[in-house]
Ligand binder design. Structure first.
Ligand code: ATP
Ligand code: MG
Length: 395
């Protein structure tokens, strides 16, 4: 019965020019989300109201679910359109709506009519009273409550008449594209997809970089990262995923540096290369799934040592999350099942039995001097041979 949706969005901080940008990004993201739903839709933004109208048959549940992944949406109101054929016909349509949406209902309600078109033969107050009576006549168990109704029945008189009362919760946040772009270090683990999701929720567009170490990490491990990027892209929009061939750098570090410092030194090179691509792609920061104390490379000392090579801000939205809290988000956004597939990870392959947990920056910098001869060339080669995969949410 529903043929359209009125989209509610948070309005804090979107005055003036920001409002226009916010709405434009919201419309774009809704279009992106609906592209993977069967059905044809028109998304419009008129006078600060974002509407989604179905132009063909569509799958209601799929449509709602897709829009629940669009950041910036606070509520999704399914709308019924009726032609204006006079107040009596509207009365019938309203009774029909109530019977279908709230069968055998004993809740309280209020009619909230708005005349966007002033030539309608009744004013808003008269419409409210007229429709209220019609509903009461057919639903003797319902009552009117004008202060705190269970059901707010909105009736908007435009060219057509719009009826809606339900609000389905949206994800909140801000539309992707309203807050610049960040470069996500995306591994095949549980944490980094969640980190990308969280930053995207603040309106940040995401690109990603994955450090691949063939033949130590397999094609399937890479495919897993692509699959994770695709899951995140349902929320964040298209992701440009850089797949960096990291093997030679890892082998070189393994060859030259103390093995207990391997992970830290490797992570410093990941950050450097990620930063190179971040700058190239116009990203204003790096994003990682790090969380204090989770593993040896994420103690405060380790984070300090890794961070020392970065000149861009590094966003770590999971910094104070426990693993269980991260898993809960991963399950909710449907990345968890993919993340726990048992493919090898480049960090685990060369990992030392007892990695340093309290690296000293000066010592790490000194160890890196042992790489002077070839490292610049290897980094350049890794950058030059990087593959870019454009990941879209179409499943
Ligand atoms: P995750 O679940 O995200 O893999 P993790 O607990 O395995 O995290 P680490 O391996 O220490 O943690 O990595 C910390 C962060 O560094 C990751 O969240 C991710 O942002 C980045 N990272 C680690 N390995 C890679 C990789 N191979 N490619 C890209 N980024 C990586
Ligand atoms: Mg990992």
């Amino acid at each position: 019965m529903f043929t359209a949706f009125l989209i509610k969005y948070g309005e804090i901080g979107i005055k003036g020019k920001n409002r226009y940008l916010f709405e434009e990004a919201l419309v774009n993201q809704i279009k992106y989300a609906l592209a993977r739903v069967s059905g044809e839709f028109e998304v419009t933004n008129e006078q600060g109201r974002v509407y989604v109208e179905a132009l063909s048959d569509f799958d209601y549940d799929e449509t709602v679910e897709a829009m629940q992944k669009v950041f910036g949406i606070v509520g999704i109101c399914p709308v019924v359109h009726v032609e204006d054929e006079g107040p009596e016909a509207l009365g019938d349509a309203i009774v029909d709506y109530m019977n279908k949406v709230y069968p055998n209902c004993s809740k309280t309600f209020k009619v909230n009519a708005r005349r966007a078109r002033k030539n309608y033969p009744m004013n808003s107050m008269e419409i409210n009273a007229f429709l209220g009576e019609k509903i009461l006549a057919c639903n003797p168990d319902m009552k009117v409550d004008v202060h705190k109704p269970d059901i707010m029945l909105n009736v908007e008189i435009r060219q057509k008449i719009y009826i809606y009362s339900e609000i389905i919760k949206g994800p909140g946040g801000m539309p992707v594209g309203t807050n610049g772009k960040g470069m996500l270090l995306l591994s095949g683990g549980i944490d980094s997809p969640v980190a990308g999701y969280m930053v995207a929720k603040r309106g940040v567009k995401i690109d990603a970089v994955y450090f691949h170490a063939p033949p130590y990490t397999s094609e399937r491990a890479k495919q897993k990262v692509v699959d994770l990027a695709r899951k995140v892209s349902q929320y964040s929009g298209t992701i440009h995923l850089k797949v960096v061939n990291f093997t030679d750098i890892q082998l070189y570090i393994y060859d030259k540096c103390p093995h207990d410092e391997l992970t830290i030194i490797m992570r410093r090179y990941m950050m450097r290369i990620a930063e190179h691509f971040a700058r190239e792609n116009g990203c204003m920061g790096l994003i990682t799934g790090e969380s204090i104390g989770q593993v040896a490379s994420q103690t405060m000392q380790s984070l300090l040592t890794t961070n020392a090579v970065c000149t861009l801000p590094v966003y770590r939205p999971l910094i104070a999350f426990d693993k269980q809290e991260i898993i809960e988000v991963a399950e909710r956004i449907d990345t968890y099942e993919t993340s726990i597939l048992p493919f090898e990870d480049c960090c685990t392959i060369f990992v030392a039995k007892h990695p340093v947990t309290k690296p000293v920056l000066e010592r790490i910098e000194k160890s890196e001097l042992k790489l002077t001869e070839d490292i610049d060339r290897l980094v350049k080669e890794a950058i030059d041979t990087t593959e870019t995969i454009i990941v879209r949410a179409t499943e």
